[in-house]
Design a protein around this ligand. Structure first.
Ligand SMILES: [Zn+2]
Ligand SMILES: [Zn+2]
Length: 350
């Protein structure tokens, strides 16, 4: 089994988990072109991917999803609340003034009157069945954290420097192309309920984070007896996450910020509060606390991910985690790596 981390951090997250027969992409938080470029750099064949799995709808996890899924024509596994939240985010919002709305209603009335006059059997439908949504209802606001780089980013910012290359990422389906939320196939899963893709068994688990229905994953290849897990974007370590992360061989774990750097750093106070909150991100300290108190010492590799560029230093995250796992019984295990934002990490194979 292998894990290839293509990108990790607030500007984009994407990881491949593969067994001998199945290859999964977890999150697609870079543009399609950048994802394909990184797969090439890491020696991963995009055409061999079987599915895309999504942890949550923040842009740093989902920015390239639609284009990549259409390009590769593979199914997307996602929870229903996350899918709904994403569809709301990518669907263009139309607004109507009150005067235009009154005019629209008048025209609808006239149309129904005409239809009723033509057919004596016609049934006049309630207005909402004829017109769909009431245009007076305000569209749902964008997620409150959509502007901060360490939480998530608007799509335009993520994609600004990496416009899709028509040769690589042009949408092959002209019809659905007009619908920004079109995906070739969507499969819903529920956190806490195990499911399988090919020969990989997947257990999604709920994580505390400011998204619709965020989750982490445990992957297990029965034939290879290897377990891998991804746990980033969580405000703290609740009991369900601690128990999900038992007997893991390769663990991608968040180590987002150094508490002092965050406190003294450039962020506005409200943003600092959100990062520190119980639905924010794990600090180096919280990660080290988990590793020293609750972690079972089973991993061959621990990969620290989702490091903040403004509020963390790689050496601080590494030092805290290495100190926390010191003294573990397994001499060959517990090696700590740092995932990168700007380049893929070499595949970790077990
Ligand atoms: Zn997030
Ligand atoms: Zn994130």
């Amino acid at each position: 089994m292998r894990m290839t981390i293509l990108a990790s951090g607030s500007k984009g997250n994407s990881t491949i988990v593969a067994s001998a027969h199945t290859r999964l992409l977890i999150d697609a938080g870079l543009s399609c072109r950048e994802l394909l470029k990184r797969m090439a750099l890491a020696g991963e064949d995009p055409a061999a991917l079987d599915a895309i799995l999504i942890t949550h709808e923040h842009q740093d996890h989902i920015a390239g999803l639609a284009t990549l899924a259409r390009r590769l024509r593979i199914p997307v596994f996602i929870t229903e609340p996350t899918h709904r939240a994403w569809v709301r985010m990518v669907t263009p919002r139309t607004t109507m003034t009150y005067a235009k709305w009154l005019n629209h209603i008048q025209k609808e009335k006239e149309l129904r009157a005409d239809v009723a006059a033509i057919s004596s059997h016609s049934v006049i439908l309630p207005q909402n069945e004829v017109t769909g949504k009431d245009p007076r209802i305000a569209p749902l606001p964008a997620p409150a954290d959509a502007t901060h780089p360490d939480l998530c980013q608007p799509l335009s910012e993520v994609d600004a420097s990496t416009d899709p290359d028509p040769d690589e990422c042009d949408d092959p389906a002209p019809g659905p192309k007009r619908d920004p939320a079109f995906l070739p196939a969507v499969e819903y899963f529920h956190s806490g309920t195990n499911f399988s893709i090919g020969d990989i068994s997947i257990t999604p688990f709920t994580i505390p984070h400011d998204a619709a229905d965020p989750c982490g994953f445990v992957f297990e290849s029965q034939s290879e007896s290897v377990r891998m897990a991804i746990a980033t974007d969580l405000g703290y370590m609740p009991p369900n996450v601690k128990s999900a992360l038992k007997r893991i061989d390769v663990l991608l774990l968040e180590s987002n910020h150094d508490l002092e750097m965050l406190r003294d750093g450039p962020y506005p106070w409200a943003v600092k509060q959100r990062v520190l909150s119980r639905v924010g991100h794990l600090s180096n300290y919280a990660t080290a606390e988990f590793l020293s108190r609750d972690y079972d010492g089973c991993a061959t590799w621990i990969v620290l991910g989702h490091l903040s560029e403004s509020n963390n230093a790689p050496e601080l995250a590494l030092l805290a985690a290495e100190q926390a796992v010191q003294g573990r019984m397994r001499l060959l295990g517990n090696r700590v790596l740092l995932a990168q934002q700007s380049a893929p990490l070499a595949p970790i194979c077990l």
